[in-house]
Ligand binder design. Structure first.
Ligand code: GLC
Length: 605
């Protein structure tokens, strides 16, 4: 979660609400154009099998929000046994790894991102034995289980913080960030040490009466920041990671990693001004700060080198082979992202998330071309991790859709995701086209940022609704009452319906993933942009030595387009690998016709 997200959330959701009118989103989904037939897929070549140690370089990673994926015991909350029961589905889809958002014991103020014990499973989600069974069953299907590693903060109910807040001389005092207030005296608490704010609204400093100091929290008041200047904190997390690595997890996604450190001088952050010089006010009614003292501080790099080395010790054997280190890396530019891979000889993340591409937030072909080119030229040849959706941002429909061609637009974006070099991360429900379904009344909001920020910020419930498995009551997610309502479009947008429809989005995702796993150029080839002056169609090649070159063309507009491509040494003939349902069979490389937001993928002869 990053402030620019909430800004994007605000702008995008307001814009869409105006465009469509409240309550029409689901209807817009249902009125999508009818799906034409898919043509049978061309025969695929087998890609060279990636070694276990290299699996992550072409990984397909699926994010599961456990609370919303599959309930197995009827309490309305998804759980680990529910995930285990759906592993065959994930296998069929073709995923290499699942990343579980936190399922550790938690008071659930931030739905699991406030952890009170890092070495247990919250009873709502199951037991350690259930977890072990999930890892074992996933392993049988060659699916790795990745966990969320939340190191920036713990819950205020964690034993460490309970100790820390108990007295100034407690051994854990220095595990958190405590400061006196400005102007504090023996009788007066003064004011917070500086103007820093929580990403979830208002001051990032909370007064604690027992020991008469303020503690720092970049997120909720109940999520005090850990003090990474204390070596004991480093040791504690290496120990926690070893605990899970020994249980066979395939690696971690490091949460909120860029906010690990604060500037030691602790001076005020700047206030962002609009073009008239007035302070920008955020969804919580606070002045928007420039985030320069509390985000992306240099200390994060040595810590990640240390964490990576600790994880690498477990990267042995054929399965799970390399344990991966993924980062939640909202950064201002590609240069900062490049640094997250670490300097030569001191690796940090295997896969820091490329939020540059993820957060373009509109079908802006120039932005896509430029940011996808950056991926090839600006990250030192490292492996990119592309993504669009997650549990913190409105889904693709709200950020990229036009309310008319949402499904076709999602085909374009998923093509960018899976047909580009590197690893791909997607979010449960993307593969069937689940839509953002925000609450319409404040009293229904579950995510506290939606309560604090209502109505400008409606929170993240809209992207966390239950998985839509079938058309039965509660979409096959639970036999009880779901913790968030099942979106009304679940009667038509669901796994069961789409599995039996060869023109469905599910079939599209499956085909793209299959290509990524079996076609050599798709799996490991270079990306080469083509036709770079074209402002309507994004085209690129995937090229690998000894394999036929693959061309990809995606129409970024709602109008039909014809594209003429030139590939040196080719006859101009094409062999179709995959194309949007109903799209024309192209006559040649120089005449590829694409309807609104249609995609063509083929081998160049
Ligand atoms: C990350 C998580 C988000 C959480 C925040 C605080 O941004 O993705 O869901 O609220 O960290 O842990």
């Amino acid at each position: 979660m990053h402030p620019t997200n909430s800004l994007a959330r605000m702008i995008e959701s307001c814009a869409l609400a105006i465009l469509l009118g409240a309550g029409t989103l689901a209807a817009a989904g249902q009125s999508a154009p009818a799906k034409p037939e898919n043509k049978p897929q061309a025969k695929l070549q087998a890609a060279a099998p990636a070694s276990a140690r290299e699996w992550w370089k072409n990984a397909v990673i699926y994010e599961i929000y456990p609370r919303s994926f599959q309930d197995s015991n009827g309490d309305g909350i998804g759980d680990l046994n529910g995930i285990t029961a759906r592993l065959d589905y994930l296998k069929e889809l073709g995923v290499d790894a699942i990343w579980l958002t936190p399922c550790f014991p938690s008071p659930l103020v931030d739905f699991g991102y406030d952890i009170s014990d890092y070495k247990k499973i919250d009873p709502q989600y199951g037991t350690l034995a259930d977890f072990d069974r999930l890892v074992a069953e996933a392993g049988k299907r060659h699916i790795r289980v990745l966990m969320d590693m939340v190191m920036n903060h713990s819950s205020d109910k964690h034993e460490w913080f309970q100790q820390s807040r108990s007295s100034r001389s407690n051994a854990y005092r220095d595990w958190y960030v405590w400061r006196d207030g400005k102007g504090q005296t023996a009788t007066d608490k003064g004011v917070p040490p500086n103007n820093w704010q929580s990403y979830f609204g208002h001051s990032a400093w909370e007064w604690d009466e027992t020991t008469r100091q303020y503690y720092y929290h970049k997120f909720y008041i109940q999520q005090p920041d850990l003090n990474w200047n204390n070596p004991k904190v480093h040791e504690a997390f290496k120990d926690i990671m070893a605990f899970w690595l020994k249980r066979g997890v395939g690696g971690f996604r490091f949460d909120a990693i860029t906010t690990l450190y604060e500037d030691p001088a602790m001076t005020d952050e700047g206030i962002v001004k609009d073009k008239d010089g007035n302070p920008v006010i955020n969804a919580y009614g606070d002045p928007q700060l420039d985030d320069t003292k509390t985000n992306n501080q240099p200390g994060v790099h040595p810590v990640m080198q240390e964490m990576r080395a600790a994880v690498d010790k477990f990267s042995t054997g054929a399965y799970p082979g390399t344990r991966v280190v993924i980062g939640e890396t909202y950064l201002p530019n590609i240069g900062e992202l490049a640094k997250m891979y670490g300097p030569k000889g001191k690796p940090e993340f295997h896969l820091p998330m490329d939020t540059q591409v993820a957060m373009i937030n509109k079908m802006d072909i120039a932005a896509f071309r430029s940011k996808l080119t950056d991926v090839e030229t600006q990250i030192g040849g490292h492996v990119p991790l592309l993504l669009f959706d997650n549990h913190d941002n409105p889904r693709i429909d709200l950020r990229y859709g036009d309310g008319v061609h949402d499904e076709a637009i999602q085909r374009v974006l998923s093509t960018v995701l899976f047909a580009s070099r590197g690893a791909a991360l997607f979010y449960y429900g993307d593969e069937i086209g689940m839509k953002t379904t925000p609450p319409t009344r404040k009293e229904d909001v579950k995510d506290p940022i939606g309560i604090t920020g209502w109505p400008k910020e409606k929170g993240r419930d809209g992207e966390r609704t239950p998985m839509q498995w079938d058309a039965t009551a509660n979409s096959g997610f639970t036999r009880g009452t779901p913790w968030l309502p099942v979106p009304p479009n679940a009667t038509t947008v669901n796994v069961e319906a789409e599995k039996s429809d060869s023109a469905s989005l599910f079939a599209w995702y499956k085909s793209l993933i299959h290509l990524k796993k079996t076609n050599l150029a798709f799996a490991h080839g270079d990306n080469v942009m083509l036709d770079t002056d074209n402002s309507k169609v994004l085209s690129w090649l995937r090229k690998a030595p000894g394999a036929p070159t693959v061309v990809v063309a995606a129409n970024f507009t709602a109008d039909p387009q014809t594209v003429s491509l030139a590939v040196p040494g080719s006859t101009g003939k094409l062999k179709t690998l995959l194309k949007s349902p109903g799209a024309a069979e192209p006559a040649s490389l120089t005449s590829i016709e694409l309807g609104p937001f249609e995609v063509f993928i083929g081998e160049v002869k």
